[in-house]
Design a protein around this ligand. Sequence first.
Ligand SMILES: Nc1ncnc2c1ncn2[C@@H]1O[C@H](COP(=O)(O)OP(=O)(O)O)[C@@H](O)[C@H]1O
Ligand SMILES: [Mg+2]
Length: 246
Amino acid sequence: MELIHESAGKKLYRDGDKLVKTFDESYSKAGILNEALNQARVEETGLNIPKVRAVTVVDGRWALIWDFIEGETLESLMQKHPEKEDEYLNFFVDLQIRMSKEKVPLLGHLRDKMHAKISASAYPATVRYDLHMRLDGLPRHVKLCHGDFQPSNVIITKDGTPFIIDWSHATQGNGSADAARTYLIFKLQGKDALAEKYLNLFCTKTDTAIQYVQRILPIVAASQSVKGKPEEQEFLAKWVNVCDWQ
Ligand SMILES: Nc1ncnc2c1ncn2[C@@H]1O[C@H](COP(=O)(O)OP(=O)(O)O)[C@@H](O)[C@H]1O
Ligand SMILES: [Mg+2]
């Protein structure tokens, strides 16, 4: 097995035509099995995603086995060809919109997940109350939401077919909340110009008011604060506290 990627507590290997994703003890069994179950559920939509092949234990670690997708991530393509940024971003937004047209009724609801995150956040009760109210005011949709839709989670094959990977945070809910989360991810990565361009493009293509997505930002920021890195907290708090004076 060849190690191809390493991130906090996770190691990904290639084993022929299979991808082996292993987790250390910091990941709960329920969380790992949920990632496999989400992925199996999304497989039924017919979207291009790696199929689940096995759930097993490798060297004492839980391991999820997917099809290995031969190709390059959109993130890597964007780094290599900065002159094609607009083209790639266009493709990225179209893919997100296509995904959000799918329905996966057995997935958990984004609304429930966000209420739970707000409750678990360290913000004062008054701020949490505002966030819960704001979330309750959001239209209830059942669109497929990825939860971590970003260019590193899209693999483009040689013939140009996009595969969406990494479904551990998938839910059903409001598609603009999924877009708000993508915007936040770009901002946290310091890609400010890309973030603005992304949000404008998403809003234009879906005929959504920017203010509508902006109203969701304090909620996604509060959700991120629960698991977020210490160095992100100041930035997130600024977004959450917008609630105070609006
Ligand atoms: N099925 C796959 N086929 C090929 N490469 C993959 C596959 N799954 C993941 N990768 C590669 O590993 C990287 C990390 O995988 P991912 O599942 O997104 O892990 P993480 O949860 O750490 O983000 C991806 O960006 C991609 O480069
Ligand atoms: Mg990923």
